[in-house]
Design a protein around this ligand. Structure first.
Ligand SMILES: Cc1ncc(COP(=O)(O)O)c(C=O)c1O
Length: 401
């Protein structure tokens, strides 16, 4: 469509009412993975979508497609995959081979399909907690054995526990679900860390399912390292799952792309996805992906400093006015993991306390599994004024205890 306006404006300060159209974040206040939250005038900074309008070229493209009025079947053609490849080469220096790419409806259905195809009921799947909670569900609900490798918290940052990882790998693990970068703390794994994980997976014949959905919003000089790019062995054992949905705020018009370097596994996975009728593209999802990946660079380059400034704002504000709450600075994403363990014990549950006493709904760290207790996750993908209002409400609530 290439409908790029001559002067695209980036107004991340604009406040939009999202209570219409059934926004899970603002209208419903809960999803199937979190406790239902009730309250009047809640400020919602929990689930991981942003309160910003998508890039103007994407809106223009979807608008013209909507106006056309015929929403029939659609296909991803070669150009579609070339757009995906070009994005990853341009943004992450990952020259992915076109023939490795597979179409997918979204990330989590793909993870489920990969686990069902390449592991058996009862096989172990390693997950590093605290982590995005559907990882627990996708393993358990598909009858696999959840093996939790706790991340260790040292000096306010997460580190791998490789000894424990190896112990689990040696047990009955068949697959490892890697979150790269890691949600909830926005941790970008280094090459050395990925190489250590790869070495253990190689030793025990473990497949790696890498979820790279948060890879595009880079907040410091740590680059995104795609697991399959670190070695031939890593490429052969991995499934890389990507999507533009977090980056460009397109979660409601999903579309995703997998990269599977091993030809045999790629063909098998595609056959399974076809048998589940998962490969037909969504009309709007396909268009949104193509337009975002071809015309969204400028928007993302303007969004990133805005998010970075929001994070600075949170850190400064917390240091001055949020006693008992210590933010962890992310390397990537628009999510900030807040350590409130001592406060959590003092108020009998910090998430509920903030909902009831401050009117602010963040994500309860308990949802993220072992190690998440006493933490809360703050989504800073919102206008600064909304963030300031939420933090001010939190400061007032905290001053009264
Ligand atoms: C790490 C991670 N993976 C996957 C998803 C969801 O992806 P999808 O909606 O494409 O299934 C999210 C959404 O928050 C996420 O944070």
């Amino acid at each position: 469509m290439n409908g790029k306006p001559a002067t695209e404006r980036f107004d991340f300060d604009a406040v939009h009412d999202r209570s219409h159209f059934g926004s899970a974040k603002w209208a419903n206040q809960w999803d199937e993975f979190s406790p239902r939250v009730e309250g009047e005038n809640l400020i919602s900074l929990w689930t991981a979508d942003m309160d910003f309008r998508a890039p103007e070229p994407v809106i223009a493209c979807l608008r013209s497609a909507a106006d056309h009025g015929i929403y029939g079947y659609t296909k991803r053609d070669r150009r579609h995959y070339e757009i995906v490849r070009s994005w990853f080469e341009r943004r992450h220096n990952w020259a992915v081979d076109l023939e490795t790419l597979l179409p997918a409806p979204a990330i989590m259905p793909s993870v489920a399909a990969i686990l069902r195809t390449f592991t058996q009921p009862g096989d172990g799947v390693i997950v590093q907690a605290p982590v995005y909670s559907p990882y627990f569900q996708v393993v358990r609900d598909n009858g696999r054995n959840l093996l939790i490798n706790r991340l260790t918290l040292v000096d306010g940052g997460y580190h791998l526990d490789l000894d424990e990882f190896e112990r689990l790998a040696a047990k009955d693990a068949r697959a490892f679900l890697l979150c790269n970068p890691h949600n909830p703390a926005g941790k970008a794994w280094t090459r050395a860390e990925l190489e250590s994980l790869d070495a253990i997976c190689e030793r025990y014949g473990i497949l790696v399912v890498s979820d790279d959905i948060h890879c595009d919003i880079r907040l410091n000089n740590r680059r995104h390292i795609v697991f399959s790019s670190i070695s031939e062995g890593a490429a052969a054992k991995s499934f890389i799952c990507t999507a533009p949905t977090k980056t460009f705020n397109l979660a409601g018009v999903p579309s995703a792309t997998l990269s599977v370097a091993d030809r045999g596994r790629r063909e098998k996975l595609f056959a399974v996805m076809q048998a589940s009728f998962m490969v037909n593209a969504n009309f709007f999802g396909r268009l949104a992906l193509e337009e975002a990946y071809s015309s969204g660079d400028q928007w993302l380059d303007n969004l990133t400093p805005y998010i970075r400034d929001n994070i600075d704002f949170v850190c400064d504000f917390a240091a001055k006015s949020l006693p008992g709450i210590t933010p962890m600075r992310p390397d990537a994403s628009f999510l900030v993991w807040l350590d409130a363990r001592e406060l959590d014990a003092r108020v009998g549950g910090v998430h509920r306390f903030l909902v009831e006493q401050a009117g602010v709904n963040l994500y309860d760290g308990r949802v993220y599994g072992p190690g998440g207790e006493g933490f809360i996750r703050l989504n800073v993908g919102c206008p600064r004024s909304v963030l300031e209002k939420a933090l001010t409400r939190m400061a007032i609530a905290l001053s009264s205890i």
